[in-house]
Write a protein that binds this ligand. Structure first.
Ligand code: HEC
Length: 193
């Protein structure tokens, strides 16, 4: 069999996949307002929620559940609050933020709208810079703070976090307790949204 250019190209691609550090899956990770979901439709991991918009939820879960950390694969979506999102862009896209893009979104029963997106310069609605806090996580945690990863603690109680998670207005199923609904309402009324 003679190698047609098509076969030669295929062979070259095959050989490339064998080289360490070369990924042929560096497809762009395209994020639109449709990329965001109600938290309850994402996969819960301890206190936060994950998804993968590049179809690699398994890869995302493997890192999220690893006791020793790791590097989240492209397309990973991570959320603690309905309004704040981290999405892993394609390899090498933003080395400073380890390829994480930070989002501040508005959520309502009609869906999500992006208020701010970017890398080292995105601030949440309290003026806090996402990157400045998340960069404090020890390297093995890939900028995921949780608790005990090295980040400064959030000035918000666990119960309040749960109340906001359980009252994500995008969710069709709402299983928040009356107390959580009341707490979330109080937080939303008394914080500058
Ligand atoms: C004041 C520091 C601070 C700022 C500012 C901040 N975060 Fe966080 N963030 C944290 C901490 C600490 C946690 C872990 C909280 C916990 O699990 O109790 C966290 C949790 C998260 C999580 C869940 C995964 C994790 O790291 O535990 C995401 C996603 C997230 N933040 C995104 C953002 C985005 C997006 C912004 C900006 C719009 C932002 N954060 C601003 C400190 C901060």
């Amino acid at each position: 069999m003679t190698a047609t250019p098509g076969n030669a190209t295929r062979l070259a691609l095959l050989l490339l996949t064998l080289l360490p550090g070369v990924s042929l899956t560096a497809e762009p990770v395209v994020v639109t307002e449709k990329s965001f979901k109600c938290l309850k439709e994402m996969t819960p991991v301890r206190g936060f929620f994950v998804d993968n918009i590049a179809g690699n939820l398994e890869g995302t879960l493997a890192v999220a559940k690893s006791p020793t950390g790791g590097v989240y694969p492209p397309g990973s979506v991570v959320q603690l609050f309905p309004n704040e999102v981290m999405i892993k862009r394609e390899n090498g896209f933003s080395p400073v933020t380890k390829d994480w893009e930070f989002f501040e979104i508005d959520v309502s029963k009609n869906g999500s709208t992006i208020r701010k997106r970017g890398f080292a310069d995105v601030k949440n609605r309290f003026g806090g810079n996402c990157f400045a806090c998340h960069v404090q996580a020890k390297p093995e945690w890939d900028m995921i703070c949780e608790e005990g990863h090295g980040c400064e603690k959030l000035p918000i109680a666990d119960g309040a976090i749960k109340a906001l998670q359980n009252t994500d207005p995008r969710c069709t199923v709402n299983d928040a307790t009356r107390m959580q609904k009341f707490n979330a309402w109080m937080i939303r009324v008394f914080t500058p949204l």
